[in-house]
Design a protein around this ligand. Structure first.
Ligand code: BGC
Length: 423
């Protein structure tokens, strides 16, 4: 695995989480190809006047957060695709493209300031395009409905809807041409505070992939200088519909290509129960306790510790591919702690917070070594996803939190991936 030594200022301790509202207030408007915080100028000026600027200020001002863009090829039907690079002042770099809103690379520093790419990705747009229906959704946005709808069928307001069966016998991740295979409109947004953002937008027409209602979707990617990558989702509809949006990044905090995959990485999930499934990965019904099962990650546990346990759920899914029901306290509309992943060797740590009711944890079980990505050939357990979302097949489970969206309502959701270092 290739690692690059960046001249980094590593965040020593976690700062309190900013609320999305406060983040919104701090963001300014604007568009262009290269944005630098206005804070950079003011801090530089202050540093000159005071003449006592510390090394820390000099490093952080020299590296104020930016977002830049470059062409990344064209789709088969001739649509241009761009690659965006967001760089925080403190060492995290997030790259994504307009095709699928796909995160292609995230560079995160280890405890010594060495950056490595921590998500699975492919070298070129052509590599993503040629996957077609066999796409493993590497880093993509997923919609309209993340995960499965049983037998591609649901009813809403007494009307039956039929979806394409793209993962027999079920419908998966929004269908044959889900949001992961669309070119999103991207508008980088200059920030007035300590973050940079880009707003991705998509219109999904009425009947798209079988789903009712014209859906207007916007997703905002924000990278702040405390190395938090925040994804906010918003959607409106003109007819009653169902919706489940997520991002499908596959993480490996040792750096993609690490020979042991994610086995040694330590996962904590803030969940007392999970959803056992049938052989087609459809939840059987009510959540079951994780206590006494290989699904108990309430305490920090290595991913490899129980993944080979003789457990029917693990056998059917070829590893972990389940939805954990997140513990919630207080205001459920605010992002709350969902999961933490730590690589003890490098010290890299990822914290995931969300307002969604569940997280789908998937240990890349269906990667068979037939896909050459950045960092090598991808195989089972090379990476793990933390897909914050509603429960799979919710439209067919009236007892699950609802995924319905009605005209006049706005769907809002926030997930935060905060990178740091465990000392
Ligand atoms: C699902 C898996 C599926 C993978 C790639 C995950 O979100 O839970 O079952 O194989 O996505 O499509």
């Amino acid at each position: 695995m290739k690692q690059s030594r960046l001249d980094l200022f590593v965040v020593e301790r976690e700062r309190p989480l900013r609320s999305p509202d406060r983040m919104r207030r701090r963001r300014g408007a604007g568009a262009g190809t290269d944005y630098v915080h206005s804070r950079m100028q003011s801090v530089l000026a202050a540093a000159c006047v005071a003449a006592v600027a510390t090394a820390v200020v000099m490093i952080s001002t020299a590296r104020a957060a930016t977002v830049s863009t470059a062409p990344f090829g064209t789709t088969q039907d001739g649509k241009p695709v761009s690659l965006y690079t967001m760089t925080s002042a403190h060492g995290v770099v997030v790259k994504f493209m307009s095709y699928g809103g796909t995160l292609t690379e995230i560079l995160a520093p280890d405890r010594n300031g060495h950056a490595a790419n921590v998500i699975l990705g492919l070298p070129t747009l052509a590599d993503y395009l040629k996957l077609g229906a066999a796409s493993p959704y590497l880093g993509t946005l997923v919609g309209r409905y993340a995960n499965r709808i049983a037998k591609g069928h649901f009813s809403l307001d007494g009307k039956d809807y039929t979806l394409a069966i793209n993962n027999p016998p079920n419908a998966l991740h929004g269908g044959l041409q889900g949001f992961d295979k669309r070119v999103w409109t991207v508008e980088p947004t200059a920030a007035s505070g300590d973050a940079v953002s880009a707003r991705l937008a998509l219109t999904s027409p009425d009947g798209d992939q079988g789903y009712p209602g014209t859906l207007q979707v916007t997703v905002t990617y924000t990278l702040s200088d405390d190395n938090a990558f925040t994804i906010t989702y918003q959607a409106t509809t003109d007819k009653d519909t169902v919706l489940n949006l997520t991002n499908h990044a596959y993480f490996n905090l040792a750096g993609v290509g690490a020979p042991e995959g994610v086995y040694p990485q330590v996962l904590t999930i803030n969940a007392a129960s999970y959803l056992p499934t049938d052989a087609g990965a459809i939840p059987l019904g009510a959540p079951e306790t994780v206590a006494g099962t290989p699904f108990d990650f309430r305490q920090p546990t290595q991913i490899g510790a129980h993944i080979r346990a003789d457990n029917q759920q693990l056998l059917m899914a070829h590893g972990y591919d389940h939805n954990w029901v997140l513990n919630k306290t207080g205001d459920r509309s605010q992002p709350q702690f969902a999961a933490r992943l730590v690589d003890p060797a490098s010290g890299r740590r990822l914290e995931c917070l969300t307002d969604q009711p569940g997280v789908q944890v998937y240990t890349s079980n269906f990667m068979k070594g037939d896909l050459a990505g950045v960092g090598g050939i991808y195989r089972q357990t090379d990476a793990v996803t933390l897909e914050t979302q509603h429960y799979p097949d919710s439209p067919n489970h009236p007892d699950y939190p609802t995924t319905e969206l009605k005209p006049g309502e706005t769907f809002h959701s926030t997930t935060i991936f905060r990178f740091g270092v465990a000392r």
